[in-house]
Ligand binder design. Structure first.
Ligand SMILES: O=C(O)Cc1cc(O)ccc1O
Ligand SMILES: [Fe+2]
Length: 443
């Protein structure tokens, strides 16, 4: 599991969505123009477009890379069925899906028995749409125990929002290196080459959006500050490898995996400038808002980043967390209310407990509540929180669950529905006792 590169004391650029300019060798990024006739250090200029050229300036994303060799130089891609055995992206057909409206819960994905890299350890849980028309979403779990050495992957199908719950990920990308540990997240926008290394096994969750990119949400009446503040997002700085060694490049394209070989490292970007890059964020820096009077606010107040559909306010994915915070609501049932939702809710737990399911939802577990399926606290949590003395209490520091909330109707993959180890066939029993709730006297 040895790591190939040094990830100690990494520097980062700061801020969400900024135009960044970074050089590993002074003068690698040309001054005053993007593509000089000859670049400094004999570098090759390559534009990397993350949005259509003609998108509005506010939404336009691109980066200019100054590379030792152009990305074009590699052997042809061939199919690589050894990758993606448990990856499904085309949800427009019902091949390999087991559709159910039921409330679902899964225990954690077991660690791999054989050496498995991040690229090999992806399991699609559920999704909707199809990357070929840039519409939809896929939700994955990953479990890996082997670093990607001289191997790099890129995903043509969508942006990856990675939420680790176990083990630190050491990620090298074309724009530089970043480390991502539990309680941090990172986004690897589509197309960017990356390799994942590790010192210990890693497990976590991923949301892939087939259209658009993640943004920090507008704050409306909250004002200019709060929730995830732009300055807390960290962006890698230029890092390059100058080697003649052969690399394997893996490409996820329309949900299938392809591979090719390339002389030299894809991480040969000596300098870059632009606003299309991977980034990370420490969830403990989230400035949570909440009620200081009564009632349980909707979880949209905890949105960290969002990828919107073409209808503003309706998300491909809202990534919301349930962070440690003071809970002070008076004469209020404090955990999540019972509810039915037009959105799909996939939840995971990064650490500690979740107040709606105190014992039933451990780190690494996942749940899916599809459209209009009633859900809410289990019986034990309902009893506890209906009768507790309502003092101000601190939701414990270690607790951190999250939700991928999507407008799409998610289809579940057969391999996670058939999995006798992980699927919790008894989930629905957590509300059994509530079926006996009786009409009582008005207090
Ligand atoms: O179902 C859940 O536990 C997630 C959730 C939390 C909350 O505080 C309000 C609504 C909601 O869907
Ligand atoms: Fe919910």
């Amino acid at each position: 599991m040895d790591t190939h590169r040094n990830y100690e004391n990494l520097d980062y650029a700061i801020g969400f969505g900024n135009h960044v300019e970074t050089e590993a060798l002074k003068g690698a990024v040309p001054k005053g123009q993007n593509s000089p006739q000859k670049c400094a250090y004999n570098l090759i200029a390559e534009q990397f477009s993350g949005t259509a050229f003609t998108l509005t300036r506010a939404s336009n994303q691109k980066t200019w890379l100054y590379k030792i060799r152009p990305s074009a130089a590699h052997s042809p891609f061939v199919e690589a069925p050894e990758f993606g055995k448990y990856v499904k992206n085309d949800f427009m057909n019902d091949h390999g899906v087991t559709i159910t409206p039921n409330q679902l819960r899964w225990k954690r994905l077991p660690l791999p028995e054989k050496p498995t890299t991040f690229a090999e350890g992806l399991v699609t849980v559920c999704g909707a749409g199809d990357p070929s028309i840039k519409q939809g979403i896929a939700i994955y779990l990953y479990a890996a125990n082997k670093s990607m050495t001289n191997s790099s992957m890129f995903n043509s199908d969508g942006d990856f929002l990675i939420v680790p719950w176990e083990g630190e990920m050491l990620i090298t990308t074309e724009m530089g290196k970043l480390t991502v540990k539990p309680r941090e997240i990172c986004v690897i926008p589509r197309g960017i080459k990356f390799s994942v290394e590790m010192n210990k096994p890693i497990r976590g969750y991923i949301c892939e959006v087939f259209k658009g990119h993640f943004k920090i949400p507008d704050l409306g009446p909250i004002g200019a500050n709060g929730l995830a503040n732009p300055r807390d997002f960290l962006v890698p700085v230029a890092f390059y490898e100058n080697t003649e060694e052969e690399f394997q490049i893996i490409n996820k394209y329309l949900g299938k995996f392809y591979k090719c070989t390339k002389k030299g490292s894809p991480y040969d970007v000596v300098g870059w400038h632009g606003n299309y890059y991977p980034y990370k964020y420490n969830l403990d820096l989230f400035n949570a808002m909440g009620t200081v009077t009564f009632d349980h606010p909707d979880p949209s107040i905890f949105t960290v980043i969002t990828c919107q559909t073409d209808e503003p306010g309706v998300a491909v994915c809202d990534f919301a967390i349930f962070p440690p915070r003071w809970m002070v609501a008076e004469h209020t049932f404090r955990p999540p209310y019972y509810h039915r939702n037009i959105m799909s809710e996939y939840m995971g737990n990064i650490s500690g407990q979740y107040d709606a399911k105190e014992d039933g939802f451990q780190p690494g577990y996942g749940s899916l509540h599809s459209l209009f399926q009633g859900h809410g606290p289990d019986h034990e949590s309902f009893e506890k929180w209906s009768n507790v003395d309502l003092q101000p209490i601190r939701y414990p520091y270690e607790n951190l669950a999250f939700m991928f909330e999507s407008t799409y109707m998610l289809k579940t993959c057969s391999f996670v529905m058939d999995d006798q180890v992980s699927l919790d066939h008894n989930y629905f029993h957590c509300w059994d006792k509530l079926a006996h709730n009786k009409l009582g006297d008005k207090p």
